[in-house]
Design a protein around this ligand. Structure first.
Ligand SMILES: [Zn+2]
Length: 82
């Protein structure tokens, strides 16, 4: 379980500092298009696409996958930044 759900409302600044200190973020605060809420996402891994899919969809060959803390949907990074 990630820190932000274990400690609701607890020192967001401290968590952000902790996140940056680790250099490789495992949590991301973003808008979830599935449930329509802002929330923390947990890093699930990197998905690699075939060249055919990449060319068709116009997406990078590899994208990070993130899981929403609210609805547990797994989304790719470009979807979260839109
Ligand atoms: Zn969601």
């Amino acid at each position: 379980m990630i820190a932000c759900t274990a400690l609701p409302g607890y020192s967001l600044n401290a968590m952000r500092w902790h996140r940056e200190a680790r250099r490789q973020p495992r949590e991301l605060f973003a808008f979830c298009p599935s449930c329509g809420q802002h929330g923390w996402f947990t890093f699930r891994g990197v998905q690699h696409w075939s060249e055919a899919v990449m060319a068709q969809a116009g997406i990078p060959q590899s994208t990070s996958l993130w899981t929403c803390e609210h609805c547990l949907s797994t989304l790719s990074e470009p979807a979260l930044k839109r």
